[in-house]
Design a protein around this ligand. Structure first.
Ligand SMILES: Cc1ncc(C[n+]2csc(CCOP(=O)(O)OP(=O)(O)O)c2C)c(N)n1
Ligand SMILES: [Mg+2]
Length: 325
């Protein structure tokens, strides 16, 4: 936890715990469904990185926009996409948040400010600047948030999106989830620098480094960045140091990293860590947190039942919602 932070209310803290558990359990269940052949296409799970989406999105309004990547389920749930519409989308059903035209890598729901995700690495970064420009021109007070990985920061789109946001003082948060690998490429083989946040200086914007497995630290850092973006002070780059506690995608033997390294990061799992903190702090009792976990389980059961009961899309709808009328 940061030393001098503005502590969120007990309700917000328990809400963040619920979100983190929802993100984790939703994807564990999705992985089971995938293994049973009930989810088509591929999956990139967010397991281990839940504190980032949760801590950032807890600061957002419904009319703020989130841009995501090939690993978007956690961002979508944290921004308010309903578990049932996300589950139905993953199952390829007409009731899905993109009516089954998105699938895992393109989930979104414009009603809650979750822009359908962009799976081209780095591709969502300049789009976030575009949403920031729209918010500035419309004087809406909204912010845009781009979530992306370490690998994305070596794409040209990162440079273009960051530079435009900086020179135009756009209300954008660039949230880099540095999980130490871009697929199988280790961070140290792709960077001559230790911290991606240092690149912010090249654009003239603040760069912050935060423990991405500490939801309170992420929350506080994002709170400050959102506040300054809404005040017209321009963008911030936030580097969240984290780790995916799962493979890159559906079949990944993870031979590029050691079992020892994985075990070490397992001890920093953000969810048990936050649970312990909440109980020690007195913000929630163990019983209350158990009840939150049980409630999450019921929510996911309901989402799966909804997906199962939903129809597949009609062939006649193949070309609807593809282009703006
Ligand atoms: C432009 C582009 N190049 C390659 C790929 C294939 N690809 C998908 S995910 C990925 C790794 C991305 O790494 P990072 O940005 O660190 O995100 P992470 O997977 O760690 O969340 C790659 C190379 C792609 N989707 N887009
Ligand atoms: Mg990565």
């Amino acid at each position: 936890m940061p030393e001098a932070m503005m502590m969120p209310s007990g309700e917000t803290l328990r809400g963040m715990y619920r979100t983190m558990v929802l993100l984790r359990r939703f994807e564990e269940r999705v992985n089971d469904l995938y293994m049973q052949g009930r989810i088509p296409s591929t999956l990139h799970l967010y397991i281990g990185q839940e504190a980032v989406a949760t801590g950032v999105c807890a600061n957002l309004r419904r009319d703020d926009h989130v841009l995501s990547t090939h690993r978007p389920h956690g961002h979508a749930l944290a921004k308010g996409v309903t578990p049932r519409s996300l589950m139905a989308e993953l199952m390829g059903k007409a009731t899905g948040c993109c009516k089954a035209k998105g699938g895992s890598m393109h989930v979104g729901d414009m009603q809650v400010g979750m822009v359908p995700a962009v799976a081209i690495v780095g591709g969502s970064i300049p789009i976030a600047s575009g949403f920031g420009l729209a918010a500035k021109m419309q004087k809406s007070g909204a912010v845009a948030v781009a979530f992306f990985g370490d690998g994305a920061t070596n794409e040209g789109a990162f440079h273009e999106g960051m530079n435009l946001a900086a020179v135009w003082d756009l209300p954008v948060l660039f949230v880099c989830e540095n999980n130490l690998y871009a697929a199988s490429t280790p961070f140290e083989t792709a960077f001559k620098i230790e911290n991606i946040a240092d690149r912010a200086a090249a654009y003239g914007m603040p760069g912050r480094i935060v423990d991405g497995n500490d939801v309170l630290a992420v929350y506080e850092t994002a709170r400050e960045a959102v506040e300054s973006a809404r005040a017209g002070e321009g963008p911030t780059l936030i580097e969240c140091k984290t780790y995916r506690l799962c493979g890159h995608s559906r079949s990944d033997p993870r031979t590029y990293r050691t079992k020892e390294e994985e075990a070490e990061w397992q001890t920093r799992d953000p969810i048990p860590r936050f649970r312990e903190w909440l109980v020690a702090d007195g913000s929630a009792s163990a019983g209350e947190l158990d009840e939150i976990e049980a409630d999450v389980e019921r929510t996911i059961d309901e989402a799966i039942a909804f997906g199962d009961a939903s129809p597949a899309p009609e062939l006649a709808d193949l070309y609807t919602d593809v282009f703006k009328e």
